[in-house]
Design a protein around this ligand. Structure first.
Ligand SMILES: Nc1ncnc2c1ncn2[C@@H]1O[C@H](COP(=O)(O)OP(=O)(O)OP(=O)(O)O)[C@@H](O)[C@H]1O
Ligand SMILES: [Mg+2]
Length: 267
């Protein structure tokens, strides 16, 4: 089902509402080029899955989008904040800009990364309280709303080690949402989970999609990528080999490399 997608109207032109743009992102490690000039436009409300063989640069690309990794060159714009890299030294001003850019991004990792000595509720309240300086009552009310949304209302006072993997990941999603991001980035959010627990997490992501949240998901879960995405990117060798609808990528791939990857998965 398509979602409504807000569109900016300017004069007689309808401009699509791009939340995130990446232009010609490159990154090398130890002289080996891992990302070879990746560009991507993400419209508000899109759910984009990024698939590809292990080691092709999916996580590196995601991390470059919010400057957890500094690209060697290229530019990222999220909402109105843009930051370009040209290989010159990272300045204090760049760091300030990266911080502003990250304030629009929620990131969820395979390994949850919850604070172990904080309850679920405290985990979700912490950043709004300490980073955004939201009043405690308001931060708690918002956190409770989010925890209800992800189905964790009954475990808000538990510590992370008393949660299942699926519950931990849903708490991590609620924590990211508490900062009211414009875009959520997920790096293999369900890879550490059994199928049943994965489904709990994926259904939260589908619900967010229906609400219009913009989401980029690096995933090995082809069933999810095929069923839930608006667009799928196939990465290999540090390049976007093919980008298209789930039907194009999975049923009618245009590129030999995409076909080969999908065949490997089936065998
Ligand atoms: N900090 C780093 N230092 C050196 N090499 C790195 C670093 N991070 C990633 N790499 C290398 O870059 C390449 C791409 O890694 P990346 O983690 O982006 O792949 P991936 O597509 O996410 O793989 P996977 O599906 O296994 O998670 C790999 O060869 C990896 O070893
Ligand atoms: Mg990875």
């Amino acid at each position: 089902m398509r979602k409504c997608r807000p569109v900016l109207l300017k004069g007689t032109f309808a401009l699509t509402d791009l939340v995130l743009q990446a232009k010609m992102i490159t990154k090398s490690f130890s002289g080996q080029e891992i990302l070879k000039g990746l560009s991507l436009d993400v419209e508000r409300g899109d759910l984009i899955s990024i698939i590809g063989p292990s080691g092709c640069g999916k996580s590196t690309f995601l991390r470059c989008l919010n400057f957890l990794e500094h690209p060697d060159s290229g530019e990222v714009r999220i909402e109105t904040v843009s930051l370009a890299c040209d290989g010159s030294r990272w300045t204090r001003q760049d760091e300030v800009r990266a911080h502003q850019l990250r304030s629009h991004v929620g990131m969820v990792f395979q390994s949850f990364n919850l604070f172990p000595h904080r309850t679920v509720l405290e985990n979700v309240m912490m950043a709004p309280l300490h980073v955004k300086k939201i009043a405690p009552d308001q931060a708690e009310a918002t956190a409770m709303e989010l925890l209800e949304k992800v189905g964790l209302k009954n475990v808000v006072d538990r510590y992370p080690d008393r949660l299942s993997g699926g519950q931990k990941q849903r708490a991590a999603i609620a924590r990211a949402l508490a900062m009211k991001p414009s875009v959520m980035l997920y790096d293999e959010p369900t890879s550490a989970l059994d199928p049943e627990l994965s489904e709990e997490v994926l259904s939260v992501m589908r619900a967010l999609d229906q609400e219009g949240m913009t989401q980029l998901v690096v995933t090995h879960d082809m069933r999810f990528a095929r069923a839930a995405s608006d667009r799928v990117l196939y990465l290999e060798g540090g390049e976007i080999v093919e980008s298209g609808s789930p039907d194009q990528i999975f049923a009618h791939p245009q590129e030999a490399r995409t076909r080969r990857f999908l065949r490997t998965l089936l065998s």
